[in-house]
Write a protein that binds this ligand. Structure first.
Ligand code: PLP
Length: 449
C-alpha cells in the first residue's frame, strides 16, 4: 500500500508566501472609502502596521516569510498530508483522496499560519495590543496563541452564539492570556446599537468586526487583526497549498480537484491558490469552495461593493455578499457564518476560475462522522463541509468509474466542538431553509456605489 502520511522535513517549510494577484487574469478592484473613491494605504494605517498594508496592496508573486515567523511555524509545520486509504475503501470509490491536516497546530486549525505573521509584524511596528473578533473561537485562539508567543495583549470579541456553544474555546484563549467578551457588548457604540435593536441577537461575525474595528480605531496602542477575507491573510495561508503540492509531488500525484470549506476564504485560498498558479499556466485543476446552504455567499450572493462588517465601519470591498446586516442562522460551523467573502476568491469565482457548492448542516455532520469512523480524526464542523463535497465527488467517481485524485483541506479538528456532535447524535441539529427573505431584506441595504 502506498504511504498514508506524507511528511516534509522542517527545512522544507516554504521560504515565501505566494501572492495570487500576480497570476490573476485581471487586477482586483480596489477597496473604496465612504466617498466611493479608492482608498490609499493611509486609510488603513490606524488599524494595521505598514508591512501588512504593503502586503495587502502588493502584486509581487513571492513575499519572503520572516525567519522568526518560520521559526515559530516549526512548532507544527510542515503539517502532514494524508492519503485517506480507509475512507476510500469504505466508500468503495476508485478516487484517491488526500487531505492536508491543519488541525495539528496548537490552536487546532489553519488560523495560526496568519496569526503568527500578523502578531510578528505588529510587534515589529511597536504595537503592544491587538483586538479581534472570532466566530467559532478558532481564530480567537490562534491570535491568543500568537499574542502570547510575541508578547502582545489580545482582546477577543467572540460571537455570542459561539461563546455560549463553545465555553472551552474561551478557556483556551484565556490560557494563552487573552481577554474574551461575548459580542455584541455594551462596550462599543456598534454593540449598543445592535443590542438596542435586538437584545436577543445571536451575534454574527459582521457585528463582532464592527465592535473590534471601532475599538482599534479609537486607541493609539491597539491594532486590529482579522482572521480571514483580506488579501494579506490569504497570502499567509498559501503555505498550506505550497506544502501540499510538494507532498503530492513526493508520491507522484497531482489533484484533479481541490476542496476547502469557505467562510471568509482564507483556508480555501490557502490550499487552492498555489494550485491556481498552475492553472494560470495552463494546467488542468478544479478548485472548489464549499459553503453552508444557510449562508450561501458565493452560490446565492450578489457581486457588489459592500461593507465587511455589520454596521458599516470598514472600507467597501467588491465581493459576493448576502448583505452586511444579514445575520446567518446559528449553525455550528461558526467560522462559516459570514455575509461576504474574500475579494480575491470572489473575483476568481466571478471569472469562473474557481467553483463553489453549498451543503446543508446535517449532511456535513453525517460526512464528518463517517470520516472520523474511518480516518480517526474528528473534524471541525467547518471542515465537515469540505468532507461532504469530497465524499459526494468520490461517490460520483464510484458511479462513473473515474479514478480522480481529490485533495481537501482538513482545516481544523473538532475537539472543542463536541457539543455540536452531541446535538447531532441526539437528533437535535436541523437544516435551515434557504433564508430567502432575510437575505432579500439585507440586500436591499447594500451601499449605493
Ligand atoms: C476550522 C475552520 N475551518 C474553516 C474556517 C473558515 O474560515 P476561512 O474561510 O476564512 O478559512 C474556519 C473559520 O473560523 C475554521 O475555524
Amino acid at each position: 500500500m502506498s504511504l498514508t502520511k506524507i511528511l516534509l522535513d522542517e527545512s522544507e517549510i516554504p521560504t515565501h508566501w505566494y501572492n495570487v494577484v500576480a497570476d490573476m487574469p485581471n487586477p482586483p478592484p480596489p477597496p473604496l472609502g465612504p466617498d466611493g473613491r479608492p482608498i490609499g494605504p493611509e486609510a488603513l494605517a490606524a488599524i494595521f502596521p505598514e508591512a501588512l498594508i504593503e502586503q495587502e496592496m502588493s502584486a509581487e508573486r513571492w513575499i519572503p516569510i520572516p525567519e522568526p515567523v518560520r521559526e515559530i511555524y516549526r512548532l507544527w509545520r510542515p503539517s502532514p498530508l494524508y492519503r485517506a486509504h480507509r475512507l476510500e475503501e469504505a466508500l468503495g470509490t476508485p478516487a484517491k483522496i488526500f487531505y492536508k491536516h491543519e488541525g495539528v497546530s496548537p490552536a487546532g486549525s489553519h488560523k495560526p499560519n496568519t496569526a503568527i505573521a500578523q502578531a510578528y509584524y505588529n510587534h515589529e511596528a511597536g504595537i503592544r495590543r491587538l483586538t479581534t473578533e472570532t466566530g467559532a473561537g478558532q481564530w480567537g485562539s490562534a491570535l491568543a496563541l500568537a499574542g502570547q508567543m510575541l508578547g502582545l495583549q489580545v482582546r477577543v470579541y467572540m460571537v455570542r452564539v459561539s461563546y455560549e456553544q463553545k465555553p472551552y474555546r474561551r478557556s483556551m484563549m484565556q490560557t494563552w492570556g487573552a481577554e474574551v467578551l461575548a459580542s455584541p457588548t455594551e462596550l462599543t457604540e456598534s454593540g449598543r446599537s445592535i443590542l438596542a435593536h435586538d437584545p436577543q441577537t445571536t451575534g454574527s461575525l459582521g457585528i463582532a468586526i464592527s465592535e473590534t474595528v471601532e475599538e482599534a480605531a479609537s486607541r493609539e496602542d491597539t491594532n486590529y487583526s482579522l482572521g480571514s477575507v483580506l488579501n494579506h491573510v490569504l497570502l499567509h495561508q498559501t503555505i498550506i497549498g505550497q506544502e501540499a503540492k510538494a507532498q503530492m509531488e513526493k508520491v507522484g500525484e497531482y489533484p484533479d480537484m481541490v476542496f476547502a470549506p469557505c467562510g471568509g476564504g482564507s483556508n480555501f485560498g490557502g490550499i487552492a491558490f498555489p494550485f491556481f498558479a498552475d492553472k494560470a499556466a495552463g494546467h488542468e485543476v478544479r478548485l472548489v469552495a464549499v459553503e453552508p446552504s444557510s449562508c450561501p455567499t458565493l452560490t446565492h450572493g450578489v457581486y457588489a461593493y459592500d461593507f465587511g462588517d455589520a454596521v458599516g465601519m470598514t472600507p467597501l470591498m467588491k465581493m459576493y455578499t448576502l448583505g452586511h446586516d444579514f445575520v446567518p442562522p446559528g449553525i455550528h460551523a461558526g467560522g462559516l457564518r459570514y455575509h461576504g467573502d474574500s475579494p480575491l476568491v470572489c473575483q476568481l469565482y466571478h471569472e469562473q476560475q474557481v467553483e463553489a457548492v453549498a451543503v446543508p448542516q446535517l449532511a456535513t455532520f453525517e460526512a464528518g462522522v463517517l470520516f472520523a469512523r474511518h480516518e480517526g480524526i474528528i473534524p471541525a464542523p467547518e471542515s465537515n463541509h469540505a468532507i461532504r463535497a469530497v465524499v459526494d465527488e468520490a461517490l460520483r467517481c464510484k458511479e462513473s468509474g473515474e479514478p480522480k485524485t481529490l485533495l481537501f483541506n482538513l482545516s481544523g479538528h473538532g475537539h472543542f466542538d463536541m457539543s455540536a456532535y452531541d446535538r447531532y447524535f441526539r437528533g437535535e441539529l436541523q437544516d435551515y431553509d434557504y433564508p430567502d427573505s432575510a437575505i432579500q431584506e439585507a440586500l436591499s441595504h447594500l451601499p449605493k456605489v
